[in-house]
Design a protein around this ligand. Sequence first.
Ligand code: FMN
Length: 317
Amino acid sequence: MDVEIVKNPTDDLRGFRRALGQFPTGVTVITTLDANGNPVGVTASSFNSVSIDPPLILWSVAKTAYSATVFEQADNFVVNVLGKQQVAISNACARQGEDKFSAIDYRAGIGQCPVLSGAAAYFGCKTWNLYDGGDHIIVVGEVIEYSYSDSVMPLVFARGSYAVSPPQSVITKEATAQLPEDGFLPNYLLYQLYRAYSCYSGELYPLLRNEFGISPEEWRVLTALSDVDSIGISQLAALVMQPEEDCRYSLQRLAERDYLVIESDEVIRINRSSSDIAERLFVFAKNHEQTVLNSLDKEQRQMLGSSLKAMVSGFGC
Ligand SMILES: Cc1cc2nc3c(=O)[nH]c(=O)nc-3n(C[C@H](O)[C@H](O)[C@H](O)COP(=O)(O)O)c2cc1C
């Protein structure tokens, strides 16, 4: 067992930070407009609820942040609760000052403040009060409008890291444009496979979200269930490579929308009886697959499928 060492924060600020990092939080991007009407955004984990009636929330901004004075003077701001797939946005808004919104998709919310697309929730606020909080300013906001999405898993931050299961990196066109066509990387199989996956899922997942409100995690669960009569939660979690807890979250969301039936932890199955809701989704994905394969001729299509299968069986997987 660890020996308990009791410290004074002023003697060990780094240790104090580390101790605070033991408390997991969500991740938000707080947005507003500056005096010139330009969007401003800061990644913040200090967000929390304060009061239900009146509806109040708070967060704190470092006095040294570029945007601290903008938030001090702002009448309105928006708290965007980031989803699990938004690590890149969190990182972009955690960098000082730079043009954070050039690659971010958003719409105007309360007071024209940016509401980010794909977030787990947002709270449009009127600044209620500001308080001095040492090296931070505590901002309390009255929530005027809000919205949330059941299909977006919130991003979690603890011990200085994002708690994410799959890798978040997406290969961008700008990055690959720099590679020579005959170089090692563009012709290395593992990279080609990952790049193809990245392009394919980067196109399909937003479509599934827009058309059906289905997240990538939920889609993996549904596809894993499509070929079995029923399955247990542990086996399903292993099949979709998700921690059991995350898998349970996806299952619950899908069951609420009638996509599947959870009889027990051992018996989970697609709901084929009451509606064709899951079938419509599979047809949509199959049609999309056809458009992906349109860039190949017939022989290439057959070769691609059979080569991938042969390679996997060569691994004995
Ligand atoms: C996960 C995470 C949480 C953060 N939480 C806060 C916070 O609550 N308050 C804050 O002032 N800065 C926080 N930061 C740091 C700011 O995002 C960072 O200092 C940013 O540069 C501020 O932007 P600005 O200087 O352009 O205003 C956090 C950063 C990360 C990565």
